[in-house]
Design a protein around this ligand. Structure first.
Ligand code: ASP
Ligand code: MG
Length: 404
């Protein structure tokens, strides 16, 4: 018995039947003697449909009005769920982000949670109610509605769990946990029982779509355990926690990110300050740079290559071209037909040879590596996009098949 925060994603509440099914899960948790706070996403594709509706009317609509529109999806979900639970005879109340005091930055479309008051929720819990809260939305200092970025309901759930000092935060979705690789791509991927916050954060950032990465960041900061599980199967899911038991392979997952592009600046002067100039110009325009590689100098020149998100390629290239006279390079090459395959594992830090095994798998499959980057718990390689699936499969096989 305790206080449990449960979050249900869009597919879990997509229609009346799913809503009724989730109402069973919620009320069973309540009947077991727990206090229950539930965060819901918009039903099915509602958020995408709302974006489309906006585009029909004004493709350049202001971000403020977009948030006003997009936040309605979650409000539909909580109201319908309250009706389903009410019909079953349980005390329940639905609340918006504003009503629960979800204070955010003013950044429409991608607001950050600053503070959660939680008083209203506490009052409702004290009245023995099941409390349903709109995910994804908050309110800024102008009293305007904001949203937390796509997939942001996970972050709402973790923020509430932290604010209310919940005993557990369960993230219900349509897959039964976190896998060693995307099970839609890698057929023999398997579910992990446990994973550390750090590993999950890397995987979420690397494009595994299970959890919003800011939700994991917050869970890590406040040491909140998460359970990722399916609302469809009722099977135990994956626990995300600080000291998860490590995989025998030292690797927990393989991820692939196709949303990247590479820029190479060739023939830069080999002198101090060049890298600073390039990357500060990009940072000023809020362009995130990922892997960076600098060649050793030949004569008086060197090359620097780096990756950016695909969407930022055109802008980054434009900025560099415009500032060519300040940076001083011979020419620039860009490509967006590349992808990044990564292995993640907390056990890597203390074990040599993990990276070599990954390179061996790629070599055996005759896949060429363009760039490499490593951190304590991650090795990433840049390869041709057309090799992505094959690379994921051979790397996954190298670490996971041999152990079974
Ligand atoms: N409904 C929002 C979205 O589709 C938030 C969420 O589902 O977490 O991105
Ligand atoms: Mg999601």
């Amino acid at each position: 018995m305790g206080l449990i925060v449960q979050k249900f994603g869009g597919s879990s509440v997509a229609n009346a039947e799913r809503v009724n099914h989730v109402a069973e899960i919620i009320t069973n948790t309540y009947k077991a003697g727990n206090q229950v706070v539930v965060v819901l996403s918009a039903q099915g594709d509602t958020t995408d449909d709302l974006i489309e509706k906006a585009n029909e009317i004004n493709p350049k609509a202001s971000k403020r009005e977009m948030d006003m529109l997009l936040s309605t999806g979650e409000q539909i979900s909580v109201a319908l769920m309250a009706m389903a639970i009410g019909r079953m005879g349980f005390p329940v109340v639905s609340l918006t982000g504003w009503q629960v005091g979800m204070e955010t930055s003013s950044h429409y479309g991608n607001a950050r949670i600053k503070k959660v008051s939680g008083t209203r929720i506490q009052e409702e819990l004290d009245r023995n109610k099941i409390v349903l809260v709109c995910g994804f939305q908050g309110v800024n200092k102008y009293d305007d509605v904001t949203t937390l970025g796509r997939g942001g309901s996970d972050t709402t759930a973790v923020a509430l769990a932290v604010a209310l000092k919940a005993d557990l935060c369960q993230i219900y979705t349509d897959v039964d946990g976190v896998y060693t690789a995307d099970p839609r791509v890698i057929k023999n991927a398997r579910k992990l029982d446990e994973i550390t916050h750090d590993e999950m954060l890397e995987l979420a950032t690397l494009g595994a779509k299970v959890l919003h990465n800011r939700s994991v960041e917050m869970a890590k900061t406040y040491n909140m355990n998460l359970e990722v599980l399916s609302s469809f199967t009722g099977k135990p899911g994956t626990i995300v926690k600080e000291d998860a038991k490590l995989e025998k392979t030292h690797v927990s997952g393989v991820a692939c990110d196709k949303n990247i592009a590479r820029i190479a600046l060739v023939g830069l002067q080999d002198k101090p300050g060049i890298a600073y100039r390039i990357f500060s110009m990009l940072a000023k325009e809020k362009i995130n740079v990922d892997i960076i590689l600098q060649s050793i100098g030949r004569g008086n020149t060197k090359d620097i290559s780096f990756t950016v998100e695909k969407d930022n390629l055109a802008e980054a290239a434009r900025i560099l071209e415009e500032k060519k006279h300040l940076i001083g390079f011979d020419h620039m090459n860009t490509t967006d037909t590349i992808s990044k395959v990564s292995i993640v594992g907390a056990g890597m830090a203390n074990n040599s040879g993990v990276a070599a095994l990954m390179f061996e798998a790629l070599y055996e499959a005759n896949i060429n590596i363009h760039m490499i980057s490593t951190s304590e718990i991650k090795v990433s390689v840049l390869i041709d996009e057309e090799d992505s699936e094959k690379a994921m499969q051979v790397v996954h096989d190298k670490f996971f098949n041999i152990m079974q």
